[in-house]
Structures are given as C-alpha cells and as structure tokens.
Design a protein around this ligand. Sequence first.
Ligand SMILES: O=C(O)[C@@H](CO)OP(=O)(O)O
Length: 228
Amino acid sequence: MTKLVFIRHGQSEWNLKNLFTGWVDVNLSEQGEKEAKEAGRKLKEAGIQFDQAYTSVLTRAIKTLHFALEESGQLWVPEEKTWRLNERHYGALQGKNKAKAAEKYGEEQVHIWRRSYDVLPPLLSADDEGSAAQDRRYADLDPRAIPGGENLKVTLERVIPFWEDKIAPTLLDGKNVIIAAHGNSLRALTKYIEGISDEDIMGVEMATGQPVVYDLDDKLNVVKKEKL
Ligand SMILES: O=C(O)[C@@H](CO)OP(=O)(O)O
C-alpha cells in the first residue's frame, strides 16, 4: 500500500483578490502561508512520510510544498518541478476579476469557463503581453506546446503523460508521493485516478492548503481517500 497526497497551494494573492490566475506566477498570501504550514502539521500528526515530491513551476505551489515539508520535518525529500503540473492556463481571462467577468458576460458563461470540461477560455496569442512564450522557464518547451488557454480536458492531456512517466512508476516502486499543485491540475489528476465522468468533475473542488490522502494498492487503485 502506498500513500499519495495531493495538496492545492495555500491561498494566493490573486485568490484573495478573486482574479483569474492560471499561469501567472503570483505569491502566496499571508493566509496561504499559514494554510501551507498547517497542512505540514497535519501531515506530521498523521505520521505520513514521503519519498518523493512533485510540484509545478509556479511559486505558490513550490512554496506550499516547502512550507508543508518543512513543517513536517521532511524538507530533504527529493522534488521535481514540471510545467505539466501547472494550473490550467486561463488565456485572456488571466488577471481579470471573476466577479466583474460575471457581471459582464453573465454568471453562467463564467461558470462554463471555470468548470466545464471542454470549453476553452478566450485565448492569448504568443506575442500578447503575459504569454508564457516570453517566459524563460518555458524556454525548453516546443513552442507549439505552450498554451494560449486551456480547458480541463487539455490540462488533463498534459498532466497525464507526467503521471504515466514519473509519478505512477514511483508509486509502483512502493514510494510515498506528495504532489503540490493547483486546483485544476489536481482536479484533472483526481478525475483520472478516481475515474470521474466529464459531467461529475464539474462539481469537484479542491480546497486551498488541504491535504488529500489516498491509499493505493499495488495496481494504483484507490483503496481509501481522506481529507486532512
Ligand atoms: O484562477 C485560477 O487559476 C483558478 C484557481 O484559483 O481559478 P478557478 O478555481 O476559477 O478555476
């Protein structure tokens, strides 16, 4: 039996301001730091020991991982960062206020952009200001893989190759894994490992800074799921 823990980053500065964030690299808020440390204390209390950590290339997830590991006395655990665990890219919505967008485009349209499985947000092009194509951390990516905006389906399609190549083999090796990532990259992984339908995933939410602990059998079937 191996343990797999998901943790969505603690509250970010843009969660606090209610802005669409996606690939914009914002920091944790003060509250977010507290949530990440509290998550670490809960992991310690539960006695969960990790062998490997994975996170995105975004500050809010990396710092959440570090606070949680430090607080649980496991800051030494090997970690790998990948763009594949990034938040879903919110395209031209990034930086816009979610409540103002609902006033302008209607609640329903905004809900569809936020939670539908396969509707894309308005896209950014590579030469638009704020495009990831201009960000050095994505320099090694095929420019065609740099998104201008993603729905959950596209997010899942770029998260799963990393699951198959790295995370699943580590778990199959009997190692306990923590993944510190984002609301939508973790919803994609949740959908995949729990076999949730395209419709039902619309109702699945991830709380900031709350560890979700899975016990997996030797075929990586979920035996138990618990939120700390
Ligand atoms: O703005 C975002 O990047 C995400 C997570 O904060 O928002 P939502 O929950 O609306 O998908």
